[in-house]
Each structure stands twice: as C-alpha cells, then as structure tokens.
Design a protein around this ligand. Sequence first.
Ligand code: B1M
Length: 214
Amino acid sequence: LTLEERIANYVIEGSKEGLIPDLEQALKKYEKPLDIINGPLMAGMEEVGRLFNLNELIVAEVLQSAEVMKASVSYLEQFMEASDETGKGKILLATVKGDVHDIGKNLVEIILGNNGFNIVNLGIKVAPAELIEAYKREKPDAIGLSGLLVKSAQQMVLTVKDLKEANISIPVLVGGAALSRKFTHTKIAPEYGGLVLFAKDAMDGLELANKLAD
Ligand code: B1M
C-alpha cells in the first residue's frame, strides 16, 4: 500500500497501530500538515461516510474512525504554522442544536486559533439560547456555526432567527457538509439581521474571518 492508502486505511479501519510513524513520514512528504488532513485523512473519512451510508459500518465503528481522525489532527497540530498575530477578534464557535459532529468545527478552531483569532468553542448540540448567553458573556466579534446533518442546515435558519430576535447582528460564519453557498444565501441570510457567510472548509473560513477582521 502507498503511504496515502495506509493513512486513509487507519481512518477507515478505526485503527491507530502504525498511525504516528506514517504521519511522521507524511510530514516529510507533504508541504503542510493541513495537506495531510485535506488529502489522505479526508479521503478515509469520505470512504467511512460512503460505507456508513451503505450500512456497511455501524455507528460504533464510525466513532472509532472519528477517534483516529481526532488523534491525527491533534498530532499534526503541533507542526502547523502559527502566526504571531493576536487580537484579530473573538469568535464563538458551535455545532448547532441536535448535531454531534465536531471534527470539522475543531479543525476550524485550530486553524483560526493559530492565526490570531481568539476562539471560544462552545462544543456540540448548542441551542440558540446557549449561544445568546455566550454572546452576552463573551462579547464576540463573530459567530461560527457548524453542522453536518441535513436537519442542521435547517437548524441554522432557526438559530439565526433567534439571534436576530435577541438583537444580535455580528457576522455569522457557517460551514458543514450539508450546507451550500446557495442555501446560506437564500435560506439562512434572509432570516438574520447581519452578514452570513458560507465557508466551504476551514481555510476558506480563515480567509473569510481575515476579511472580516480587516
Ligand atoms: Co455522522 N453522518 N452521524 N457521525 N458522519 C455524516 C455527516 C453522514 C453524511 C454519513 C452518511 O450517512 N454518509 C450522515 C448525514 C446524513 C445527512 O443528514 N445528510 C451522518 C449521519 C446520518 C449520522 C447519524 C444520524 C447516524 C445515526 O446515529 N444513525 C448520527 C447523528 C448524530 C447527531 O448528530 N445527532 C451520526 C453520528 C456520527 C458519529 C458520532 C459516529 C461520528 C461523529 C464523531 C464526531 O464528530 N465527534 C460521525 C462521523 C464521523 C461522520 C462522517 C463519516 C465524517 C464527518 C467528519 O468528521 N468529517 C460523515 C460522512 C462524511 O462527512 N463523509 C457523517 C471530517 C471533517 C474534517 O469534515 O466536518 O465536513 P467536516 O468539516 C469540513 C467542512 O464541512 C468545513 O470544514 C471542514 C474541512 O476543513 N466545516 C466548516 C465544517 N464546519 C465548519 C464551520 C465553519 C467553516 C467550515 O465555520 C464556522
């Protein structure tokens, strides 16, 4: 097997045996740690999603795959470029109500956190009321919402409605597999009193956040 196939396989099989030495090897081959995440590790996750959809994997197995992904990201994090910049603003980050997927959100936290943003990660299944409370407490400059389920896209519509009712109008950044730019602009944004931006991945999220900070 090639290095890439082996790395994808750790995720698919939910096994960590040999993972770190292979990641070390990948660090020498790839220009940036994020390329390993976006390349072979994500390819493994795609395959997990495909097999899960076909009922060839059960939730417990997918959880193990998630563990491997998390272990990989946390190992690679130390090699990621971190800028000396700070004070680009505070961002509240949450996976929306009803959704437990947090790998993408946590990647956004790492990448924005490494690039000068102060991230307050509220975790998963965050109800609008909890978000509003955190807004009052933290006084953030923006809010980031993540969600992977189709129903999470709908939950984002409800969430921004509640934010608007609470007189919150700071920029909201949304991301996650079930979302699209079109859904963001036609369904979420019209329900909010401020800017709503769609990020297709964590790097896109950083670019958008940087634009907001300028
Ligand atoms: Co679930 N799951 N899952 N799952 N899971 C999906 C999302 C699914 C597509 C799999 C499938 O069926 N093919 C499917 C959703 C179907 C749908 O609604 N369209 C699904 C389902 C159905 C479910 C359950 C309902 C299964 C069940 O119980 N019967 C259940 C839901 C529970 C709930 O939320 N209430 C469930 C549970 C789980 C696990 C707990 C087992 C586990 C999650 C563990 C965890 O996160 N701690 C899990 C996993 C791992 C997946 C897949 C396989 C992988 C997700 C992932 O971590 N990807 C996923 C299939 C897939 O995506 N291929 C699937 C890697 C991650 C880095 O990517 O999160 O997309 P992602 O983040 C990307 C971008 O989306 C973006 O940036 C990241 C990349 O840079 N991004 C943002 C994300 N958030 C952002 C926020 C931003 C900016 C960018 O700014 C704020």
